[in-house]
Design a protein around this ligand. Structure first.
Ligand SMILES: *Cc1c(COP(=O)(O)O)cnc(C)c1O
Length: 389
């Protein structure tokens, strides 16, 4: 294939990352601690507090998955416990529940944001309590950058006194009612994996409103070493801290985060225009102005009956043109590995999965790339659509 590949979402360096990496080498901070780690934490904190409503503490970690795991550990989740988790998400939201020997309880999505349904969440909580176990935590996810129904979920969390773990891995730069995603919980997590809106090649963070929680997270992430001259341990620890090299990449990336958000949103606008006249294909949009999405990935829904073709036809057509697209996250309750886990819902996540497609959304896509994507999509519509062209 001669045409260069257009990726769904690929790393996009800002230019100053190497400066921070060089300083790590110059100062010989080649370790999972050092000035870049501290500086990166500060950069994230300053960014998250820029809404004028949030106060937070940040612990930089080796991945978003590690951050989720530590959140569960710090909340005291143990063998035999139950933890509620949004079913429609990446497996990394749910896997750490099993690391603790706990059981995930999956909950369906609502259609407006594609995130955890408040109605089904409350059903699930009531039923689990009735069955004899109150869930220890609720993992809610801002999928593809779109905030979940924050107020409704917080209300349920308060009513039943069950803490929310906010999975903001895909939503750095998104806001709900002008407050930054990543600041809605004492246990919020971010990811800086290679495909996220900014990257440290691999990395994550736990964001909290409480200094004690940050201190505990760092303590556990660095092998839970007690204060003693020898190696003394009274708790189980992990090796989950972010390296000073990776944090250097993060410092450079934080300088361009705002620009990255507007570039992703530009891709979203491009698709809104492209599909505005197309019957049977809808672009997932914010329900109202309370929701501001970074549009990490733009999602479309292909109605096979109206279109005369399904999302796989479009995906394969794009693939032929060397353009990457991807079905939505397959819900966790439909995954072989979680087939025995309880699920509460009506099938909305399943339907979203069947008809949904993520389109190339990278901040580094050019006008030329957009032209190619546009032509490929129009070609597919002309070829297969019942009512186009
Ligand atoms: C990427 C991602 C994670 C995991 O983050 P890693 O840094 O890759 O471990 C967790 N949840 C969601 C929703 C994600 O997209």
């Amino acid at each position: 294939m001669s045409k260069e590949k257009i990726w769904l979402s690929s790393p996009h360096m800002g230019g100053t990352e190497l400066k921070y990496i060089h300083s790590a080498f110059d100062e010989n901070w080649i370790a999972p601690l050092g000035p870049n780690v501290t500086g990166f934490e500060k950069d994230i904190q300053v960014f998250l507090e820029n809404d004028g409503k949030s106060e937070c503490e940040v612990a930089a970690l080796s991945s978003g998955t590690a951050a989720l795991h530590l959140a569960l550990v710090l909340l005291g989740v143990e063998h035999g416990d139950e933890v509620i988790c949004q079913s429609m998400t990446f497996a990394a939201s749910a896997n750490p529940i099993t690391y603790q020997g706990a059981t995930p309880i999956f909950v369906d999505s609502e259609e407006q944001t594609m995130n955890i349904s408040p109605l089904e969440l409350e059903n699930a909580i009531q039923d689990r309590i009735q069955k004899g176990k109150k869930p220890k935590a609720i993992i809610a996810v801002h999928l593809y950058g779109m905030p979940y129904q924050v107020d409704a979920i917080e209300e349920i969390s308060k009513k039943y006194d069950i803490p929310v773990i906010e999975d903001s891995a895909e939503a750095l730069g998104s806001t709900y009612k002008n407050k930054n995603c990543g600041t809605f919980s004492d246990y919020s997590i971010l990811s800086f994996n290679g495909n996220k809106i900014i990257t440290t090649s691999g990395g994550g963070a736990l964001v909290t409103r409480k200094k004690e929680i940050k201190d505990q997270a760092v303590f556990r992430a660095t092998q839970a070493r007690d204060a003693a001259p020898h190696y003394q341990h009274s708790k189980i620890g992990f090796n989950y801290r972010l390296s000073n090299i990776s944090a250097g990449i993060g410092r450079g990336q934080m300088e361009v985060l705002v620009e990255r958000v507007s570039q992703r949103r530009k891709m979203f606008e491009f698709y809104v225009n492209l599909f505005s006249e197309v019957e049977g294909i809808t672009v997932q949009q914010a329900p109202n102005s309370d929701y501001f999405s970074n549009h990490w990935l733009t999602v479309i829904h292909v109605d096979p009956e109206q279109c005369g073709f399904d999302r796989e036809v479009l995906r394969l057509h794009l693939e032929q043109e060397n353009i990457e697209s991807r079905p939505l996250w397959k819900p966790m309750h439909l995954q072989p590995v979680f087939q025995d886990a309880p699920f509460y819902g009506t099938g909305i996540a399943k339907k979203l999965f069947q008809n949904g497609l993520c389109l190339p959304s990278g901040s580094n896509l050019s006008d030329e790339d957009r032209d190619r994507i546009g032509s490929a999509i129009r070609e597919c519509l002309t070829k297969y659509s019942k009512n186009y062209g």
